[in-house]
Design a protein around this ligand. Sequence first.
Ligand code: SAH
Length: 366
Amino acid sequence: MGIMNKLITQNKEEEKREVLRLIDVLHDENYLSRAEFLFLLKNISLDELEYLKDKADQVRNRVYGKRVFMRGLIEFSNYCKQGCNYCGIRAMNKGVDRYRLDKETILDCAKEGYRLGYRTFVLQSGEDPKFDDEVMCDIIRSIKSEFPDTAVTLSVGEKTREQYQKYYDAGADRYLLRHETANKEHYEKLHPESMSFDNRMECLKNLKDIGYQTGCGIMINSPGQSDETLADDLEFIASFKPHMVGIGPFLNHSETPFAGFDDGTINQTSVMVALVRLILPEVLLPATTALGTLDGRGREMVLKAGANVVMPNLSPTEQRAKYEIYENKICTGDEAAHCRGCIETRIHFTGYEVDMSIGHHKSMEV
Ligand code: SAH
C-alpha cells in the first residue's frame, strides 16, 4: 500500500473510507495536517487514486476550464558548475557533449516559437557562469522588447537575491527552481556538500519576495524519498503557496551516482500532482517531459490528474539530445513545429483544449 509501494495493493475497507474522507476534506478545505497527509500517502491504493484524480480534474476545470497552457522551452546551455547527484549534466560527468547557444540563436528560437503562437518562453540551463548577469539581462531585455506580449520564465538555478532582482528588472516574469525535497536530510543525500538546503529555500523566498511568479517542485521516487519526505513536501507547498509546481518522475541516469536506482512511476506522480491541485486550486502544474519519456501517454495521464501546462521544446534540433538531464529524452529529433502539432493532438485526444495565451497564474490576471 501507499505511494512509495507503487499503489499496487488492495486496501482494507476501513482505510479506504478514511483515505476517501481525507480527499474530501482536502478538496473542501485545501489543507490537511502532516499526519493526515502521511496517512493518505501510506494508505492510498489504485481505487482511491481514481477518485483523487477525478476530484483534482474537477478543481482544475472549475478554475481554468479545459485549457492547457503551452510554454516554449529553450534549453540554452548544458554547462553546469553544480554536481546534483541525480542530474546527467552535472559538472563531474565528463561524457557530456557541452554546448551553449549564443544570443542570436536564442532569439531565433523565440522568433520561431512566437510564429508558432507561443507567448511564454522558458529559458532553462545548467548553472553556466558564462551567462553572467550582463549577458542574461541582455537576453531577457531583447526577448521582451522584440516580443512585448510574452512572458519570460527563467530556470537557471541558484543565484543571489541581487541577481534575481536584476533579471526581474530586465523583464523576467517567472522563475522555476524546484526545491527537490523539503526534508533537509533528504536534500543532502541528493546533492553534494557544496550545496545547501537552506540556500535553496532562501532562493525560493527571495524569488517570491521580489515578485516573480515562482515555481518549486520535486522529482518522484528520487533516492531516499519516502512517504515522510513527501508529507514534508506537501506541508511546504501548502505554506509557501508557489504559483507553479513542477512534479515529474525521477529517471536514473547511468553516468551519475544514482545509476540503477528505480525510476518514479506515472501513478506515484499522479498522486502528488492531484494532491497539489487540491491544496492550491489556482496553481499552474506542468505535465512534464520526464512523464512522456517514462510512458508514451504519461503526460496525458497526468493532465487528467489536475495538471494544466505543457512545455514543448523550441531548442535547436542539433543540440536537443545534449541537454540530457536523464536518458532517452523524448522529442530530441523533432522540429519545434512538429512538437507543437504533436502535443496539440495529444491534448485534444485527452479531452482538453490548447491555450496559447500568456497564461499567467489566476492571481496575476488583470
Ligand atoms: N539548473 C536549473 C535547471 C535544472 S533542470 C536548476 O537548478 O533549477 C530542471 C529539473 O530537472 C531539476 O530541478 C530536477 O528536478 C529535474 N531533473 C534533473 N535530473 C533529473 C533526472 N535524472 N530525472 C528526472 N528529473 C531530473
